[in-house]
Design a protein around this ligand. Sequence first.
Ligand SMILES: CC(C)(COP(=O)(O)OP(=O)(O)OC[C@H]1O[C@@H](n2cnc3c(N)ncnc32)[C@H](O)[C@@H]1OP(=O)(O)O)[C@@H](O)C(=O)NCCC(=O)NCCS
Length: 158
Amino acid sequence: MIEIVDCTAADLDAICEIEKLSFGDPWPRKVFQEELKPRGFNFARLAKSKEEGRLAGFCLFFVFPQHEAQITNIAVHPDFRRRGVAKQLLFDALNFCREREAESVFLEVRPSNESARAFYKAMGFIQVGRRKNYYDDPREDALLLRYELTLSDESTHG
Ligand SMILES: CC(C)(COP(=O)(O)OP(=O)(O)OC[C@H]1O[C@@H](n2cnc3c(N)ncnc32)[C@H](O)[C@@H]1OP(=O)(O)O)[C@@H](O)C(=O)NCCC(=O)NCCS
């Protein structure tokens, strides 16, 4: 059983571990320390395994007053992949954004990240742009994806 909960400072080590296992260019710990400081528009939600008490995944996102939101980072521990954890995290975040009157949710993804692209496609994101040379290590464009929260007026269910 997975539960989606708020992030606390005590979760930082486990978040950094999942980040390192998930990306070739992981965010350093100090970036997470900054990103997790409350600024009014930034949010972090965690997926925790109830049985093991372990962190299974995390999702960081912004909700802006201009009716826009942005997923800035989402990752699931390799031990928990393909069990619907990212789907639960994403639906939680989408509902959170909808409650705060966001209409569109954006994110960037590497074209080479086939797992993430398949995940976002399955979740209903569509490609709306491309940012040239957006990523370093290795240098790569970003695909800009969008999810329209206004297309359904009910909560997103897992
Ligand atoms: C992308 C990622 C977050 C998906 O997490 P997950 O918990 O395994 O995803 P879910 O189990 O919720 O998948 C939901 C659906 O997305 C699709 N999907 C997810 N991973 C997929 C993969 N590797 N290949 C094909 N489809 C995939 C499937 O349709 C899946 O449903 P199914 O398992 O019933 O077929 C995970 O692979 C990950 O952490 N990757 C590394 C970090 C990363 O790339 N983050 C995104 C940065 S932009």
